[in-house]
Write a protein that binds this ligand. Structure first.
Ligand SMILES: Cc1cc2nc3c(=O)[nH]c(=O)nc-3n(C[C@H](O)[C@H](O)[C@H](O)COP(=O)(O)OP(=O)(O)OC[C@H]3O[C@@H](n4cnc5c(N)ncnc54)[C@H](O)[C@@H]3O)c2cc1C
Length: 487
């Protein structure tokens, strides 16, 4: 599986360079920190460090930040709002409406949530965006704060001396760059961190495969979207589906997000299921789009982009060690994604972790007297750990990053839902296949119009659901198993 594919009109690789790299990047090795990857986590870290006058270099392999980034579509922005404000942010629509639905092969049972406050600023900090635009804008904020950005440059390895990470190797000629700190923000496909032994290769049970299409409609595409999804000019919809009609018999789900004049549609499910059940993601996505409850939304639609990517879903248990001598892991590289079927949130965790990592680096620098910053490894106890005599920063000086993250919503949310993910994995068949089918049958029975009394239909509907759950006892047991949801 490649990290990102694109068979649309414009592939990630041949998109134009929109933020020209500086003609003469600062190659004199005077950077305080190097950030690998100008995605959300990387830019948040760079902004935080540059705001405190650290000399930061961001290295991005794409033609511009976001060129290679794939996600479903809802950006959660509270930390971005605090860091740089949202003025000028390239937003497609705010999310004013959410829908959660179970799909059997033919039926849909769902609920729509449309909250008045979501239609007012700050719109519950939930916006559909296109990452090519948004990531470039966020990286621009880092550059405005004083960071240097070089694009079309891939970090190929880390430089290590005497047990300290002291820089990166890149695919540029003479591309070695040095700094006492390297922030690894390379996303979920973290080849550099894994290659350098900073984290293990992920267990396949902790990884989901995701595919996504961007769709447009003939004529006034924005108007078609507003009519079909019952939206105003600026509000958007986030639809989440699970059950057999969404991701087949696997642990996963499908999504539809409305952009300004396009729609993002995709699905994600465990790679393990993909392998053991031989599920082809592209075929599964087409089946989802053809589901009777979904197909009318896509009538006459045209696919303009197709992408695929993996999502780290191991939760708190699978989080690697976050700090090393001279390095920190943030965002997807650190496995910080919550996907429990109801919440698919990685963007807010990426930005939050970048912010806390940046703060920790600033604290580490502030703990070392300026006069000693280039005079050898003061922070390492006075030994010269770097061949060029430059400063190094031991992991103990970066400990405030994991500490801050533990205290933040990031680790709290991952830990809170750890149990849920285990339970859902154990109850996969019941929750994704048997229960949606039973609920659909029960609803059909309950709402049946014929010449039988409603009482009879009601009793049959109840029997259909209880029969699936193992009677009242089974229902109580299930309630007990999932009691923490309401805590
Ligand atoms: C299909 C899908 C749907 C999703 N939907 C949502 C959603 O709706 N809402 C949500 O909150 N989250 C969603 N997520 C999760 C979310 O996208 C991620 O959690 C988030 O993008 C992580 O940000 P990041 O900065 O850590 O990594 P990324 O966004 O992956 O950024 C990593 C950056 O590093 C660059 N890079 C990588 N390797 C190198 C290298 N060696 N050298 C230089 N540069 C490098 C990449 O080009 C990229 O720009 C979804 C994910 C997927 C795959």
């Amino acid at each position: 599986m490649t990290d990102s594919t694109d068979n649309g009109t414009e592939s990630a690789d041949d998109q134009p360079t929109r933020t020209p790299p500086p003609a003469q990047p600062n190659y004199d090795n005077t950077f305080d920190a190097i950030v690998v990857g100008a995605g959300l986590a990387g830019s948040a870290a760079a902004i935080t460090m540059a705001n405190e006058d650290l000399d930061v270099l961001m290295i991005e392999r794409g033609a511009y930040p976001g060129a290679k980034n794939v996600f479903g579509g809802v950006m959660y922005t509270p930390t971005i709002r605090d860091l740089v404000g949202m003025d000028g942010a390239p937003i497609e629509r705010y999310v004013g409406q959410r829908r959660y639905a179970m799909l059997t092969e033919e039926d849909e049972i769902g609920a729509t949530v449309n909250i008045g406050d979501w239609h007012e600023e700050p719109h519950n900090d939930s916006f559909t965006v296109l990452r090519g635009d948004f990531d470039e804008w966020l990286a621009d904020q880092a550059v405005e704060a004083g960071a240097t950005l070089i694009t079309e440059t891939t970090v190929t390895d880390l430089i290590r001396e005497n047990g300290y990470i002291v820089g990166v190797e890149t695919d540029r000629p003479e591309g070695a760059l040095r700094a006492p700190i390297v922030v690894l923000a390379e996303g979920g496909n973290s080849l550099v961190s894994e290659g350098a032994g900073l984290k293990p290769a992920p267990d396949r049970k902790d990884v989901a495969v995701a595919v996504k299409e961007v769709i447009e409609f003939p004529g006034d595409s924005a108007q078609v979207i507003e009519d079909r999804f019952r939206l105003g000019d600026e509000d958007g919809a986030a639809y989440h589906y699970f059950g057999e009609g969404a991701a087949g018999k696997s642990f996963g789900g499908a999504f539809i997000y409305t952009n300004d004049d396009t729609v993002s549609v995709g699905l994600a499910y465990r790679i393990e299921d993909s392998i053991t059940q031989g599920i082809n993601p592209e075929k599964r996505l087409n089946e989802f789009k053809s589901h009777p409850a979904v197909a009318p939304l896509f009538k006459d639609a045209r696919t303009v982009e197709y992408t695929a990517k993996t999502i780290p879903e191991g939760g708190a248990e699978a989080m690697p060690k976050l700090v090393h001598n001279g390095a920190l892991l943030v965002g997807d590289t650190a496995g910080l994604v919550l996907n429990n079927g109801v919440h698919l949130e990685g963007t807010n965790m990426a930005v939050e972790s970048g912010y806390h990592a940046g703060k920790a680096v600033v604290e580490a620098f502030n703990s070392i007297p300026a006069t000693e910053r280039t005079a050898g490894a003061t922070a390492a106890g006075g030994q010269t750990a770097r061949a060029d005599g430059g400063m190094v920063i031991p992991s103990s000086h970066l400990q405030s990053y994991p500490d801050r993250l533990e205290e933040s919503f990031v680790v709290k949310n991952l830990e809170h839902y750890e149990w849920l993910i285990h339970r859902v994995t154990e109850d996969k068949e019941l929750l994704f296949e048997e229960l949606p089918a039973a609920l659909a049958d029960a609803a059909a029975e309950y709402f049946a119009i014929d010449r039988e009394p409603k009482q009879v239909h009601g009793a049959r509907a109840k029997e259909r659901v209880l029969g699936t759950l193992g009677g009242l006892r089974g229902l109580v047991k299930l309630g007990w198993r999932y009691r923490k949801i309401v805590r």
